[in-house]
Design a protein around this ligand. Structure first.
Ligand SMILES: Nc1ncnc2c1ncn2[C@@H]1O[C@H](COP(=O)(O)OP(=O)(O)O)[C@@H](O)[C@H]1O
Ligand SMILES: [Mg+2]
Length: 459
């Protein structure tokens, strides 16, 4: 007899892989917008969190379009974490496009074009359409072969038979080979719930029928109930795309699927590059759809980290882009005080955060403050739990002291190697000794500079 054992010691993959901000799960505000003490992974920084909460409310009520926010504060004070939390509060349907200032500079794309592309990645469009579809659970999927009309030994697919089942009945469809291709592209198998658009033949996989929910499955799979009603029906289809998706779909010769192809049909095809002209055309179609009530604009968030890396040309472009009628909310972050603006002729003029005064003038500025020892202790212990490490209270205190005197990042970075040391020594908890050993092994920035200064000539 085959024996089957349950595996309890395997962690789900979402738990075993951690990134720098894995513990951040939203802003952690209560219903009045007041920062809760330790909530949503966020510790302290109450004023900034509450300010971000107001921004989230404004974005949700669509009052923030074309405005910009600056998160200003020292390194490791949680600016990136705040931006991420804003996007989490907005939910997955609102586009969030994070970039770093230096990302805009490449030899291939003009910097202003790169900025525009990211602007359009951050503007969403929700399109509602009533479509005639065939929807149901796939019960049969048989390609029918025919002799190749061009002769030779090969066979071609003449058509494909698809059986669809709903709660009301079943229907067998004979479809064109081109539809078979999109069926294969969507990786449809028997037991999936799909719909096929009657006009375009576009195939969309909705999920796996929940009749199959008990089957062994490695991948995370979305199970959906068996569709009600007839197989052939009209259905309201909601799609979330970004303006950039539309640009891309229309720049490709054949266009994409679904709504993208619908939009694609309206514009002249056979463009291969996203040009300013193409964008204007896409905008025209989009405004028409909005006027007709078919589509709704969802301005998302464009996050530009290290804003001091932008230069004067990009700044003027940014000003203009913010003033256009469709603009996302722009969140900037900087850890610089007074620095020179990149690209300005006169290097002696310094500006706050390296931003020109006219941009600063239109920003809402949110300040992030350094953490105190108690807060750092909480952040470190949260990270330790997340990484599956136990730390003795003494060791935690020691890390918190480092967090204040050196930096939060240094304290967080010592955790993982200290965990390795304690494990090799056969302990289950990280002790003060482990931390001290790690300090010797891994220099912080200040000590590293000191070493370099003392030993001139090597490197
Ligand atoms: N208030 C906080 N609560 C919990 N974790 C925080 C907090 N502030 C920062 N962190 C964590 O500390 C690390 C550094 O913060 P980060 O947001 O990258 O700083 P910045 O962008 O300001 O340089 C990240 O891992 C971040 O998730
Ligand atoms: Mg950052």
């Amino acid at each position: 007899m085959v024996q089957i054992n349950e595996m309890n010691d395997v962690q789900p993959s979402s738990q075993s892989r951690t990134a720098a901000h894995t513990h951040i799960k939203g802003l952690g505000l209560d219903e009045h917008g007041i920062a809760k003490k330790v909530e949503g992974g966020f510790v302290g920084q109450a004023d900034a969190r509450e300010a971000c909460g107001i921004i989230v409310d404004l974005i949700k009520s669509k009052k923030m379009s074309g405005k910009a926010i600056l998160l200003a504060g020292g390194p490791g004070t949680g600016k990136t974490a705040l931006a991420l939390a804003i996007s989490q509060e907005l939910g997955p349907k609102v586009p969030f496009c994070p970039i770093v200032g230096s990302e805009l500079y490449s030899a291939e794309v003009k910097k202003t074009a790169a900025l525009m592309e990211n602007f359009r990645r951050a503007i969403g469009l929700r399109i509602k359409e009533i479509k005639e579809v065939y929807e149901g659970e796939v019960i049969e999927l048989t390609p029918e072969e025919a002799e190749n009309p061009l002769g030779g030994y090969g066979k071609t697919i003449s058509h494909v038979v698809v059986g669809l089942k709903t709660a009301k009945g079943t229907k067998n469809l004979r479809l064109d080979p081109s539809i078979y291709e999109s069926i294969q592209k969507e990786r449809v198998t028997v037991g999936d719930v799909i719909y096929i658009e009657a006009n375009t033949g576009a195939v969309k996989r909705v999920g796996r029928s929940d009749a199959y929910a008990t089957e062994f499955d490695l991948e995370a799979e979305e199970y959906v109930p068996l569709p009600k009603g007839e197989v052939h029906k009209t259905k309201e289809i909601i799609q979330d795309v970004t303006l950039h998706d539309l640009d891309v779909a229309n720049s490709r010769p054949q266009g994409g699927q679904d709504v993208l192809s619908m939009m694609g049909q309206l514009l002249k095809p056979r463009k291969t590059e996203i040009t300013e002209k193409l964008r204007t055309e896409v905008n025209k179609v989009v405004s028409k759809y909005i006027d007709q009530g078919v589509a709704e604009l969802i301005p998302g968030v464009l996050f530009i980290d290290e804003v001091n890396m932008l230069d004067i040309e990009v700044f003027t472009y940014l000003n203009r882009a913010l003033e256009s009628s469709i603009a996302p909310i722009v969140v900037l972050a900087s850890n610089r005080g007074l620095t020179t603006i990149r690209g300005s002729d006169d290097d002696s003029t310094k500006a706050p955060h390296g931003c020109p005064p006219d941009l600063i003038d239109r920003l809402l500025i949110i300040r992030t403050l350094p953490y105190n020892q108690e807060e750092i202790k909480t952040i470190v212990s949260k990270r330790a739990t997340l990484e599956g490490l136990a730390v003795t209270p003494d060791a935690l205190d020691k890390l918190a002291v480092h967090g204040v005197s050196i930096s939060l990042r240094y304290a967080l970075q010592l955790l993982a190697p200290a965990g390795v040391l304690s494990k090799t020594a056969g302990r289950s908890e990280i002790t003060v000794d482990d931390i001290e050993e790690c300090e010797l092994l891994f220099l912080d920035s200040r000590r590293s500079i000191k070493v370099l200064e003392e030993t001139k000539g090597f490197l």
